[in-house]
Design a protein around this ligand. Structure first.
Ligand SMILES: NC(=[NH2+])NCCC[C@H](N)C(=O)O
Length: 600
Protein backbone atom coordinates (compact mmCIF):
# COMPACT_ATOMS: atom_id res chain seq x y z
CA UNK A 1 0.00 0.00 0.00
CA UNK A 2 1.46 3.34 -0.87
CA UNK A 3 0.40 6.92 -1.30
CA UNK A 4 -0.47 8.30 -4.70
CA UNK A 5 2.60 10.47 -4.95
CA UNK A 6 4.82 7.48 -4.49
CA UNK A 7 2.90 5.10 -6.74
CA UNK A 8 2.71 7.71 -9.50
CA UNK A 9 6.42 8.40 -9.09
CA UNK A 10 7.04 4.73 -9.68
CA UNK A 11 4.91 4.81 -12.82
CA UNK A 12 6.68 7.92 -14.08
CA UNK A 13 10.06 6.38 -13.31
CA UNK A 14 9.15 3.38 -15.45
CA UNK A 15 8.05 5.73 -18.23
CA UNK A 16 11.37 7.56 -18.19
CA UNK A 17 13.21 4.30 -18.22
CA UNK A 18 11.19 3.11 -21.19
CA UNK A 19 12.28 6.29 -22.95
CA UNK A 20 15.90 5.34 -22.32
CA UNK A 21 16.35 7.82 -19.50
CA UNK A 22 17.17 7.52 -15.82
CA UNK A 23 14.19 6.59 -13.65
CA UNK A 24 15.35 9.29 -11.23
CA UNK A 25 13.63 11.83 -13.44
CA UNK A 26 10.26 10.33 -12.57
CA UNK A 27 9.85 12.22 -9.32
CA UNK A 28 6.23 13.30 -8.92
CA UNK A 29 5.22 16.11 -6.58
CA UNK A 30 1.95 17.72 -5.56
CA UNK A 31 0.93 20.24 -8.20
CA UNK A 32 1.55 23.91 -7.47
CA UNK A 33 -1.58 24.62 -9.48
CA UNK A 34 -4.23 22.43 -7.84
CA UNK A 35 -6.82 24.07 -10.09
CA UNK A 36 -5.09 22.48 -13.10
CA UNK A 37 -3.73 19.22 -11.75
CA UNK A 38 -3.25 17.02 -8.70
CA UNK A 39 0.36 16.09 -9.37
CA UNK A 40 3.16 17.20 -11.61
CA UNK A 41 6.44 15.84 -12.85
CA UNK A 42 9.14 18.22 -14.03
CA UNK A 43 11.63 15.49 -14.89
CA UNK A 44 11.49 15.98 -18.66
CA UNK A 45 13.26 19.31 -18.27
CA UNK A 46 16.11 17.95 -16.23
CA UNK A 47 16.33 14.86 -18.43
CA UNK A 48 16.51 17.04 -21.54
CA UNK A 49 19.43 18.92 -20.13
CA UNK A 50 21.45 15.84 -19.29
CA UNK A 51 20.55 13.95 -22.49
CA UNK A 52 20.79 17.04 -24.68
CA UNK A 53 17.36 16.39 -26.10
CA UNK A 54 14.24 18.39 -26.52
CA UNK A 55 12.21 18.45 -23.27
CA UNK A 56 8.86 18.42 -24.98
CA UNK A 57 9.82 15.41 -27.03
CA UNK A 58 10.73 13.54 -23.85
CA UNK A 59 7.52 14.66 -22.19
CA UNK A 60 5.51 13.31 -25.14
CA UNK A 61 7.19 9.92 -24.80
CA UNK A 62 6.60 9.81 -21.06
CA UNK A 63 2.98 10.91 -21.38
CA UNK A 64 2.35 8.29 -24.06
CA UNK A 65 3.66 5.67 -21.71
CA UNK A 66 1.51 6.92 -18.85
CA UNK A 67 -1.68 7.23 -20.86
CA UNK A 68 -4.04 4.44 -20.12
CA UNK A 69 -2.88 4.12 -16.53
CA UNK A 70 -6.18 3.48 -14.76
CA UNK A 71 -5.17 5.76 -11.90
CA UNK A 72 -5.04 8.78 -14.12
CA UNK A 73 -8.05 10.69 -15.39
CA UNK A 74 -5.73 12.83 -17.46
CA UNK A 75 -2.06 13.32 -18.12
CA UNK A 76 -0.99 16.34 -20.14
CA UNK A 77 1.97 18.40 -21.13
CA UNK A 78 2.09 22.02 -20.09
CA UNK A 79 4.53 24.68 -21.28
CA UNK A 80 7.97 23.50 -22.28
CA UNK A 81 7.58 20.00 -20.90
CA UNK A 82 5.91 19.92 -17.50
CA UNK A 83 3.69 16.92 -17.04
CA UNK A 84 0.39 17.46 -15.25
CA UNK A 85 -1.62 14.58 -13.86
CA UNK A 86 -5.10 14.32 -12.56
CA UNK A 87 -6.06 11.28 -10.54
CA UNK A 88 -9.22 9.39 -11.46
CA UNK A 89 -12.19 9.31 -9.08
CA UNK A 90 -11.88 5.52 -8.90
CA UNK A 91 -8.23 5.64 -7.88
CA UNK A 92 -8.94 8.31 -5.31
CA UNK A 93 -11.89 6.37 -3.89
CA UNK A 94 -9.77 3.25 -3.70
CA UNK A 95 -6.97 5.09 -1.92
CA UNK A 96 -9.41 6.70 0.53
CA UNK A 97 -10.86 3.28 1.29
CA UNK A 98 -7.39 1.96 1.92
CA UNK A 99 -6.64 4.77 4.36
CA UNK A 100 -9.99 4.28 6.08
CA UNK A 101 -9.16 0.64 6.70
CA UNK A 102 -5.59 1.34 7.78
CA UNK A 103 -4.90 1.50 11.52
CA UNK A 104 -1.98 3.80 10.69
CA UNK A 105 -4.28 6.24 8.87
CA UNK A 106 -2.36 5.97 5.62
CA UNK A 107 1.16 6.28 6.96
CA UNK A 108 3.87 3.81 5.98
CA UNK A 109 6.67 2.33 8.06
CA UNK A 110 10.36 2.78 7.35
CA UNK A 111 11.88 -0.06 5.39
CA UNK A 112 14.74 -0.76 7.76
CA UNK A 113 14.03 0.32 11.31
CA UNK A 114 16.93 1.69 13.30
CA UNK A 115 17.68 2.14 16.97
CA UNK A 116 17.44 5.87 17.59
CA UNK A 117 18.18 7.74 20.77
CA UNK A 118 16.69 11.19 21.21
CA UNK A 119 18.50 13.38 23.73
CA UNK A 120 16.15 16.21 24.57
CA UNK A 121 14.93 18.72 27.16
CA UNK A 122 18.22 18.63 29.10
CA UNK A 123 16.93 20.23 32.32
CA UNK A 124 19.36 20.95 35.14
CA UNK A 125 19.19 20.44 38.88
CA UNK A 126 18.11 23.67 40.57
CA UNK A 127 18.87 25.94 37.64
CA UNK A 128 15.57 27.28 36.31
CA UNK A 129 14.62 26.20 32.82
CA UNK A 130 14.75 28.78 30.06
CA UNK A 131 12.97 28.91 26.73
CA UNK A 132 15.67 26.75 25.16
CA UNK A 133 14.63 23.91 27.46
CA UNK A 134 10.97 24.47 26.63
CA UNK A 135 11.59 24.27 22.91
CA UNK A 136 13.92 21.31 23.32
CA UNK A 137 11.16 19.50 25.21
CA UNK A 138 8.41 20.27 22.74
CA UNK A 139 10.42 19.59 19.58
CA UNK A 140 12.27 16.60 21.03
CA UNK A 141 9.06 14.95 22.19
CA UNK A 142 7.57 15.34 18.73
CA UNK A 143 10.65 14.01 16.94
CA UNK A 144 10.69 11.06 19.32
CA UNK A 145 7.05 10.25 18.60
CA UNK A 146 7.54 10.69 14.87
CA UNK A 147 10.49 8.31 14.75
CA UNK A 148 8.68 5.77 16.85
CA UNK A 149 5.58 5.99 14.68
CA UNK A 150 7.69 5.37 11.59
CA UNK A 151 8.77 2.09 13.11
CA UNK A 152 12.18 2.86 14.59
CA UNK A 153 13.16 1.57 18.00
CA UNK A 154 13.33 4.85 19.88
CA UNK A 155 14.49 5.86 23.34
CA UNK A 156 14.04 9.39 24.65
CA UNK A 157 16.53 10.50 27.28
CA UNK A 158 16.26 13.67 29.39
CA UNK A 159 20.03 13.91 29.90
CA UNK A 160 19.68 15.53 33.29
CA UNK A 161 22.24 18.23 34.11
CA UNK A 162 23.12 17.00 37.59
CA UNK A 163 26.87 17.34 37.76
CA UNK A 164 28.10 20.86 37.17
CA UNK A 165 29.26 23.82 39.21
CA UNK A 166 25.67 24.53 40.28
CA UNK A 167 25.94 21.55 42.63
CA UNK A 168 28.87 23.10 44.48
CA UNK A 169 26.99 26.39 44.69
CA UNK A 170 23.99 24.69 46.23
CA UNK A 171 26.08 22.72 48.70
CA UNK A 172 27.79 25.91 49.81
CA UNK A 173 24.53 27.84 50.13
CA UNK A 174 22.81 25.09 52.07
CA UNK A 175 25.71 24.69 54.50
CA UNK A 176 25.74 28.43 55.14
CA UNK A 177 22.07 28.39 55.93
CA UNK A 178 22.02 25.26 58.10
CA UNK A 179 24.71 24.93 60.76
CA UNK A 180 23.39 21.42 61.39
CA UNK A 181 24.19 20.38 57.84
CA UNK A 182 27.55 22.11 58.00
CA UNK A 183 28.41 20.11 61.12
CA UNK A 184 27.17 16.90 59.57
CA UNK A 185 29.31 17.47 56.49
CA UNK A 186 32.36 17.87 58.71
CA UNK A 187 31.55 14.56 60.36
CA UNK A 188 31.04 12.74 57.08
CA UNK A 189 34.04 13.26 54.78
CA UNK A 190 33.70 9.59 54.08
CA UNK A 191 31.30 6.83 54.98
CA UNK A 192 31.76 5.90 58.65
CA UNK A 193 32.53 2.27 59.32
CA UNK A 194 29.35 0.20 59.30
CA UNK A 195 27.23 3.01 57.86
CA UNK A 196 24.26 1.17 56.37
CA UNK A 197 21.67 1.90 53.74
CA UNK A 198 19.23 2.58 56.58
CA UNK A 199 21.62 5.16 58.03
CA UNK A 200 21.82 6.84 54.66
CA UNK A 201 18.07 6.95 54.40
CA UNK A 202 17.92 8.56 57.82
CA UNK A 203 20.26 11.34 56.74
CA UNK A 204 18.32 11.81 53.53
CA UNK A 205 15.11 12.12 55.54
CA UNK A 206 16.71 14.83 57.64
CA UNK A 207 17.68 16.70 54.50
CA UNK A 208 14.14 16.33 53.23
CA UNK A 209 12.80 17.89 56.42
CA UNK A 210 15.19 20.83 56.13
CA UNK A 211 15.40 21.56 52.41
CA UNK A 212 12.41 21.71 50.10
CA UNK A 213 12.18 22.41 46.41
CA UNK A 214 11.20 25.98 47.25
CA UNK A 215 14.45 26.29 49.19
CA UNK A 216 16.47 25.16 46.20
CA UNK A 217 14.58 27.58 43.97
CA UNK A 218 15.33 30.37 46.40
CA UNK A 219 18.94 29.48 47.17
CA UNK A 220 20.28 28.80 43.71
CA UNK A 221 19.72 32.26 42.21
CA UNK A 222 21.13 33.88 45.35
CA UNK A 223 24.24 31.72 45.27
CA UNK A 224 24.64 32.18 41.56
CA UNK A 225 24.54 35.96 41.88
CA UNK A 226 26.81 35.98 44.89
CA UNK A 227 29.58 33.97 43.27
CA UNK A 228 29.84 36.62 40.58
CA UNK A 229 30.86 39.28 43.10
CA UNK A 230 32.31 37.31 45.96
CA UNK A 231 35.46 35.54 44.81
CA UNK A 232 35.91 33.77 48.09
CA UNK A 233 32.42 32.35 47.84
CA UNK A 234 33.05 31.26 44.30
CA UNK A 235 36.21 29.50 45.39
CA UNK A 236 34.34 27.63 48.14
CA UNK A 237 31.69 26.55 45.64
CA UNK A 238 34.36 25.45 43.21
CA UNK A 239 36.07 23.40 45.89
CA UNK A 240 32.77 21.88 46.95
CA UNK A 241 32.13 20.88 43.33
CA UNK A 242 35.54 19.26 43.08
CA UNK A 243 35.11 17.45 46.38
CA UNK A 244 31.68 16.22 45.38
CA UNK A 245 33.12 14.94 42.14
CA UNK A 246 35.96 13.27 43.99
CA UNK A 247 33.43 11.37 46.04
CA UNK A 248 33.21 13.19 49.38
CA UNK A 249 30.59 11.13 51.16
CA UNK A 250 28.49 13.79 52.90
CA UNK A 251 28.36 15.90 49.77
CA UNK A 252 27.25 12.91 47.76
CA UNK A 253 24.33 12.40 50.13
CA UNK A 254 23.36 16.04 49.98
CA UNK A 255 23.67 15.95 46.21
CA UNK A 256 21.39 12.92 46.07
CA UNK A 257 18.78 14.88 47.95
CA UNK A 258 19.02 17.83 45.52
CA UNK A 259 18.74 15.51 42.55
CA UNK A 260 15.72 13.68 43.96
CA UNK A 261 13.83 16.83 44.82
CA UNK A 262 14.49 18.47 41.46
CA UNK A 263 13.73 15.40 39.48
CA UNK A 264 10.34 14.76 41.05
CA UNK A 265 9.29 18.35 40.43
CA UNK A 266 10.63 18.43 36.89
CA UNK A 267 9.01 15.16 35.91
CA UNK A 268 5.68 16.44 37.19
CA UNK A 269 5.97 19.58 35.08
CA UNK A 270 7.10 17.72 31.99
CA UNK A 271 4.23 15.34 32.41
CA UNK A 272 1.80 18.26 32.54
CA UNK A 273 3.33 19.41 29.27
CA UNK A 274 2.78 15.97 27.76
CA UNK A 275 6.50 15.21 27.68
CA UNK A 276 7.49 11.83 29.07
CA UNK A 277 10.93 10.28 28.96
CA UNK A 278 11.82 6.63 28.54
CA UNK A 279 15.12 7.19 30.23
CA UNK A 280 16.11 9.74 32.79
CA UNK A 281 19.84 9.51 32.88
CA UNK A 282 22.07 12.22 34.19
CA UNK A 283 25.48 13.62 33.47
CA UNK A 284 26.54 12.04 36.75
CA UNK A 285 25.79 8.56 35.43
CA UNK A 286 28.81 8.51 33.14
CA UNK A 287 31.42 9.96 35.49
CA UNK A 288 33.02 6.55 36.11
CA UNK A 289 33.63 6.23 32.40
CA UNK A 290 35.63 9.42 32.17
CA UNK A 291 39.00 8.37 33.62
CA UNK A 292 39.35 5.28 31.39
CA UNK A 293 38.15 7.32 28.44
CA UNK A 294 40.83 9.96 29.03
CA UNK A 295 43.45 7.20 29.09
CA UNK A 296 42.13 5.80 25.91
CA UNK A 297 42.15 9.17 24.16
CA UNK A 298 45.72 9.52 25.29
CA UNK A 299 46.63 6.08 23.94
CA UNK A 300 45.07 6.96 20.65
CA UNK A 301 47.29 10.01 20.54
CA UNK A 302 44.36 12.37 20.40
CA UNK A 303 44.99 14.23 23.64
CA UNK A 304 47.26 17.27 23.58
CA UNK A 305 48.42 19.71 26.25
CA UNK A 306 47.26 23.25 25.85
CA UNK A 307 48.10 25.83 28.53
CA UNK A 308 47.78 23.27 31.28
CA UNK A 309 44.55 21.85 29.91
CA UNK A 310 44.13 18.69 27.87
CA UNK A 311 42.26 18.96 24.65
CA UNK A 312 41.38 17.09 21.47
CA UNK A 313 41.88 19.13 18.33
CA UNK A 314 39.04 18.49 15.92
CA UNK A 315 39.72 21.00 13.16
CA UNK A 316 42.25 20.56 10.44
CA UNK A 317 43.76 23.02 8.10
CA UNK A 318 41.46 23.65 5.17
CA UNK A 319 38.32 22.53 7.02
CA UNK A 320 35.16 24.18 5.80
CA UNK A 321 34.10 24.80 9.32
CA UNK A 322 36.57 25.65 12.02
CA UNK A 323 35.33 24.49 15.39
CA UNK A 324 36.96 24.85 18.80
CA UNK A 325 38.86 21.89 20.26
CA UNK A 326 37.23 19.60 22.79
CA UNK A 327 38.29 20.59 26.28
CA UNK A 328 38.62 17.21 27.98
CA UNK A 329 40.36 18.09 31.23
CA UNK A 330 40.57 21.69 32.41
CA UNK A 331 43.77 23.18 33.81
CA UNK A 332 42.24 22.62 37.26
CA UNK A 333 41.85 18.94 36.52
CA UNK A 334 38.10 18.76 36.08
CA UNK A 335 36.13 17.05 33.38
CA UNK A 336 33.98 19.43 31.31
CA UNK A 337 30.55 19.54 29.67
CA UNK A 338 31.95 18.10 26.43
CA UNK A 339 33.87 15.39 28.29
CA UNK A 340 30.59 14.22 29.75
CA UNK A 341 28.91 14.26 26.36
CA UNK A 342 31.72 12.16 24.90
CA UNK A 343 31.50 9.65 27.75
CA UNK A 344 27.72 9.57 27.31
CA UNK A 345 28.21 8.43 23.73
CA UNK A 346 30.24 5.49 25.07
CA UNK A 347 27.60 4.73 27.65
CA UNK A 348 24.83 4.78 25.07
CA UNK A 349 26.83 2.58 22.77
CA UNK A 350 27.23 -0.08 25.41
CA UNK A 351 23.64 0.07 26.64
CA UNK A 352 21.53 0.63 23.52
CA UNK A 353 23.97 0.70 20.62
CA UNK A 354 22.01 3.31 18.66
CA UNK A 355 22.33 3.70 14.89
CA UNK A 356 21.55 7.35 15.37
CA UNK A 357 21.62 9.83 18.24
CA UNK A 358 19.62 13.01 17.80
CA UNK A 359 20.46 15.89 20.12
CA UNK A 360 17.55 18.25 20.33
CA UNK A 361 19.27 21.27 21.82
CA UNK A 362 19.31 25.03 21.31
CA UNK A 363 21.07 26.19 18.12
CA UNK A 364 23.44 28.19 20.29
CA UNK A 365 25.16 24.92 21.19
CA UNK A 366 25.88 24.04 17.56
CA UNK A 367 29.66 24.45 17.92
CA UNK A 368 29.70 22.41 21.09
CA UNK A 369 28.06 19.48 19.34
CA UNK A 370 30.14 19.76 16.21
CA UNK A 371 33.20 19.52 18.44
CA UNK A 372 31.91 16.55 20.41
CA UNK A 373 30.82 14.70 17.27
CA UNK A 374 34.14 15.16 15.55
CA UNK A 375 35.99 14.00 18.64
CA UNK A 376 33.72 10.93 18.83
CA UNK A 377 34.37 10.07 15.18
CA UNK A 378 38.13 10.59 15.60
CA UNK A 379 38.16 8.32 18.63
CA UNK A 380 36.07 5.72 16.85
CA UNK A 381 33.27 5.99 19.40
CA UNK A 382 30.64 6.44 16.71
CA UNK A 383 30.34 5.90 12.97
CA UNK A 384 30.59 9.16 11.05
CA UNK A 385 27.13 10.54 10.39
CA UNK A 386 25.41 8.80 13.29
CA UNK A 387 25.36 11.81 15.60
CA UNK A 388 23.16 14.72 14.71
CA UNK A 389 22.37 18.01 16.36
CA UNK A 390 18.78 19.11 15.84
CA UNK A 391 19.14 22.78 16.62
CA UNK A 392 16.42 25.35 16.91
CA UNK A 393 15.97 29.09 17.23
CA UNK A 394 14.59 30.90 20.25
CA UNK A 395 11.17 31.86 21.43
CA UNK A 396 11.43 35.62 21.79
CA UNK A 397 9.58 38.26 23.72
CA UNK A 398 8.06 41.24 21.93
CA UNK A 399 11.45 42.94 22.33
CA UNK A 400 12.98 40.36 20.00
CA UNK A 401 15.14 38.86 22.75
CA UNK A 402 14.76 35.39 24.29
CA UNK A 403 11.52 35.40 26.20
CA UNK A 404 11.59 36.46 29.85
CA UNK A 405 8.78 36.81 32.35
CA UNK A 406 7.39 40.23 33.11
CA UNK A 407 9.57 40.40 36.17
CA UNK A 408 12.54 39.90 33.87
CA UNK A 409 13.34 36.42 35.13
CA UNK A 410 13.63 33.20 33.21
CA UNK A 411 10.37 31.45 32.75
CA UNK A 412 9.33 28.57 34.89
CA UNK A 413 7.63 25.81 33.04
CA UNK A 414 5.01 25.60 35.74
CA UNK A 415 4.14 29.29 35.46
CA UNK A 416 4.09 29.18 31.70
CA UNK A 417 1.65 26.29 31.69
CA UNK A 418 -0.54 28.08 34.20
CA UNK A 419 -0.51 31.23 32.05
CA UNK A 420 -1.56 29.25 29.00
CA UNK A 421 -4.25 27.45 30.96
CA UNK A 422 -5.66 30.71 32.30
CA UNK A 423 -5.79 32.22 28.81
CA UNK A 424 -7.45 29.05 27.56
CA UNK A 425 -10.19 29.31 30.22
CA UNK A 426 -10.78 32.89 29.19
CA UNK A 427 -10.95 31.95 25.50
CA UNK A 428 -13.33 29.09 26.11
CA UNK A 429 -15.68 31.32 28.08
CA UNK A 430 -15.46 34.08 25.49
CA UNK A 431 -16.42 31.61 22.75
CA UNK A 432 -19.22 30.14 24.86
CA UNK A 433 -17.49 26.76 24.78
CA UNK A 434 -17.43 24.15 27.50
CA UNK A 435 -20.55 25.52 29.16
CA UNK A 436 -22.04 22.05 29.46
CA UNK A 437 -18.95 20.51 31.01
CA UNK A 438 -18.54 19.69 34.67
CA UNK A 439 -16.00 21.93 36.42
CA UNK A 440 -13.41 19.12 36.31
CA UNK A 441 -13.99 18.43 32.63
CA UNK A 442 -13.79 22.15 31.91
CA UNK A 443 -10.43 22.33 33.67
CA UNK A 444 -9.16 19.37 31.72
CA UNK A 445 -10.27 20.93 28.46
CA UNK A 446 -8.68 24.25 29.39
CA UNK A 447 -5.45 22.40 30.14
CA UNK A 448 -5.51 20.63 26.79
CA UNK A 449 -6.29 23.85 24.94
CA UNK A 450 -3.48 25.67 26.73
CA UNK A 451 -0.91 22.98 25.98
CA UNK A 452 -2.07 22.69 22.37
CA UNK A 453 -1.67 26.45 22.03
CA UNK A 454 1.91 26.42 23.30
CA UNK A 455 3.00 23.36 21.37
CA UNK A 456 1.39 24.16 18.06
CA UNK A 457 2.70 27.73 18.12
CA UNK A 458 6.15 26.27 18.47
CA UNK A 459 5.90 23.33 16.09
CA UNK A 460 4.23 25.11 13.20
CA UNK A 461 7.50 26.92 12.49
CA UNK A 462 10.49 25.20 11.00
CA UNK A 463 12.59 24.57 14.10
CA UNK A 464 15.47 26.75 12.94
CA UNK A 465 13.27 29.85 12.93
CA UNK A 466 12.75 31.97 15.99
CA UNK A 467 9.27 33.18 16.84
CA UNK A 468 7.60 35.65 19.13
CA UNK A 469 5.70 34.60 22.21
CA UNK A 470 2.15 35.89 21.89
CA UNK A 471 -0.27 34.02 24.07
CA UNK A 472 -3.29 35.91 22.73
CA UNK A 473 -2.58 34.70 19.25
CA UNK A 474 -1.52 31.20 20.30
CA UNK A 475 -4.79 30.58 22.16
CA UNK A 476 -7.16 31.92 19.53
CA UNK A 477 -9.74 29.50 18.16
CA UNK A 478 -9.26 31.07 14.76
CA UNK A 479 -6.27 30.94 12.46
CA UNK A 480 -3.35 28.56 12.44
CA UNK A 481 -3.41 27.59 16.09
CA UNK A 482 -3.57 24.56 18.32
CA UNK A 483 -6.99 25.51 19.72
CA UNK A 484 -8.39 25.76 16.17
CA UNK A 485 -7.25 22.20 15.50
CA UNK A 486 -8.74 20.94 18.74
CA UNK A 487 -11.98 22.71 17.95
CA UNK A 488 -12.16 21.08 14.52
CA UNK A 489 -11.48 17.65 15.92
CA UNK A 490 -14.14 18.10 18.59
CA UNK A 491 -16.55 19.18 15.89
CA UNK A 492 -15.96 16.00 13.92
CA UNK A 493 -16.39 13.98 17.08
CA UNK A 494 -19.71 15.63 17.70
CA UNK A 495 -20.93 14.86 14.16
CA UNK A 496 -19.89 11.25 14.60
CA UNK A 497 -21.62 11.06 17.97
CA UNK A 498 -24.84 12.37 16.52
CA UNK A 499 -24.65 9.90 13.69
CA UNK A 500 -24.04 7.05 16.09
CA UNK A 501 -26.98 8.13 18.24
CA UNK A 502 -29.17 8.09 15.14
CA UNK A 503 -27.95 4.56 14.42
CA UNK A 504 -26.13 5.60 11.24
CA UNK A 505 -23.08 3.71 10.10
CA UNK A 506 -20.07 4.60 8.01
CA UNK A 507 -19.78 2.69 4.74
CA UNK A 508 -18.08 2.36 1.43
CA UNK A 509 -16.30 5.54 0.32
CA UNK A 510 -17.04 6.99 -3.11
CA UNK A 511 -15.43 10.25 -4.14
CA UNK A 512 -17.54 12.53 -6.31
CA UNK A 513 -17.93 16.16 -5.24
CA UNK A 514 -14.91 18.49 -5.54
CA UNK A 515 -14.83 18.97 -1.76
CA UNK A 516 -14.74 15.20 -1.26
CA UNK A 517 -11.96 15.02 -3.77
CA UNK A 518 -9.92 17.67 -1.95
CA UNK A 519 -10.37 15.87 1.33
CA UNK A 520 -9.31 12.52 -0.12
CA UNK A 521 -6.27 14.12 -1.72
CA UNK A 522 -5.26 15.53 1.62
CA UNK A 523 -5.74 12.24 3.44
CA UNK A 524 -3.38 10.76 0.87
CA UNK A 525 -0.81 13.50 1.47
CA UNK A 526 -0.27 12.47 5.11
CA UNK A 527 2.41 10.00 4.16
CA UNK A 528 4.35 12.58 2.15
CA UNK A 529 4.22 15.05 5.04
CA UNK A 530 5.48 12.44 7.48
CA UNK A 531 8.33 11.45 5.21
CA UNK A 532 9.45 15.03 4.94
CA UNK A 533 9.16 15.62 8.69
CA UNK A 534 11.09 12.42 9.37
CA UNK A 535 13.89 13.08 6.90
CA UNK A 536 14.36 16.67 8.02
CA UNK A 537 13.65 16.02 11.70
CA UNK A 538 11.15 18.82 11.39
CA UNK A 539 7.70 18.43 12.96
CA UNK A 540 6.42 21.57 11.22
CA UNK A 541 5.56 19.42 8.20
CA UNK A 542 3.21 17.38 10.36
CA UNK A 543 1.78 20.57 11.86
CA UNK A 544 1.19 22.00 8.41
CA UNK A 545 -0.57 18.83 7.31
CA UNK A 546 -2.81 18.80 10.39
CA UNK A 547 -3.80 22.38 9.75
CA UNK A 548 -4.58 21.81 6.08
CA UNK A 549 -6.53 18.69 6.91
CA UNK A 550 -8.68 20.53 9.44
CA UNK A 551 -9.31 23.35 7.00
CA UNK A 552 -10.13 21.03 4.14
CA UNK A 553 -12.51 19.10 6.33
CA UNK A 554 -14.22 22.30 7.30
CA UNK A 555 -14.80 23.16 3.64
CA UNK A 556 -15.95 19.64 2.92
CA UNK A 557 -18.43 19.76 5.77
CA UNK A 558 -19.84 23.04 4.53
CA UNK A 559 -20.20 21.81 0.97
CA UNK A 560 -21.20 18.21 1.57
CA UNK A 561 -23.91 17.68 4.17
CA UNK A 562 -23.49 14.47 6.10
CA UNK A 563 -26.62 13.89 8.18
CA UNK A 564 -28.85 15.40 5.52
CA UNK A 565 -27.09 13.77 2.58
CA UNK A 566 -29.32 12.85 -0.38
CA UNK A 567 -29.11 9.11 0.07
CA UNK A 568 -27.88 6.46 2.48
CA UNK A 569 -24.85 5.50 0.41
CA UNK A 570 -23.61 9.10 0.22
CA UNK A 571 -24.19 9.59 3.92
CA UNK A 572 -22.31 6.41 4.78
CA UNK A 573 -19.42 7.40 2.52
CA UNK A 574 -19.16 10.88 4.03
CA UNK A 575 -19.39 9.52 7.54
CA UNK A 576 -16.50 7.27 6.71
CA UNK A 577 -14.53 10.22 5.34
CA UNK A 578 -15.25 12.17 8.54
CA UNK A 579 -14.20 9.26 10.70
CA UNK A 580 -11.01 8.73 8.72
CA UNK A 581 -10.19 12.43 8.84
CA UNK A 582 -10.62 12.42 12.60
CA UNK A 583 -8.33 9.44 12.99
CA UNK A 584 -5.65 10.98 10.85
CA UNK A 585 -5.99 14.36 12.51
CA UNK A 586 -5.69 12.85 15.96
CA UNK A 587 -2.72 10.82 14.82
CA UNK A 588 -1.03 13.95 13.50
CA UNK A 589 -1.79 15.83 16.71
CA UNK A 590 -0.43 12.96 18.75
CA UNK A 591 2.82 13.17 16.78
CA UNK A 592 2.99 16.80 17.81
CA UNK A 593 2.41 15.75 21.41
CA UNK A 594 -1.05 17.33 21.43
CA UNK A 595 -4.11 15.68 22.90
CA UNK A 596 -7.63 16.64 21.86
CA UNK A 597 -10.54 16.66 24.33
CA UNK A 598 -13.75 14.72 23.65
CA UNK A 599 -15.95 17.76 23.96
CA UNK A 600 -15.71 21.49 24.36
N1 LIG B 1 23.72 15.98 25.59
C1 LIG B 1 23.46 17.23 25.86
N2 LIG B 1 24.45 18.07 26.03
N3 LIG B 1 22.19 17.64 25.92
C2 LIG B 1 21.76 18.98 26.24
C3 LIG B 1 21.89 19.33 27.68
C4 LIG B 1 21.52 20.76 27.95
C5 LIG B 1 22.15 21.35 29.18
N4 LIG B 1 21.72 20.68 30.38
C6 LIG B 1 21.79 22.82 29.24
O1 LIG B 1 20.98 23.22 30.04
O2 LIG B 1 22.33 23.59 28.46
Amino acid sequence: MSDLKRSLSEAAAAAFQAAGLSPEFGRVTASDRPDLADFQCNGALAAAKSAKRNPREIAVQVVDHLKGDPRLASVEIAGVGFINMRVSAEALSARAKEIAADPRAGAALVESPRRVLVDYAGPNVAKPMHVGHLRASIIGESVKRLYRFRGDDVVGDAHFGDWGFQMGLLITAVMDEHPFIQALMEKLPEAPRGFTKADEDKVLAEFAALISLADLDRLYPLASTRQKEDLDYKERARRATAELQNGRFGYRLLWRHFVNVSRVALEREFHALGVDFDLWKGESDVQELIAPMVHQLEDKGLLVEDQGARIVRVSQEGDKRDVPPLLVVSSEGSAMYGTTDLATILDRRSSFDPHLILYCVDQRQADHFETVFRAAYLAGYAEPGTLEHIGFGTMNGSDGKPFKTRAGGVLKLHDLIEMAREKARERLREAGLGTELSPEAFEETAHKVGIAALKFADLQNFRGTSYVFDLDRFTSFEGKTGPYLLYQSVRIKSVLRKAAEAGLKAGRITIGEPAERDLAMLLDAFEGALTEAYDKKAPNFVAEHAYKLAQTFSKFYAACPIMSADDDATRASRLNLAQTTLRQLEQALDLLGIEAPERM
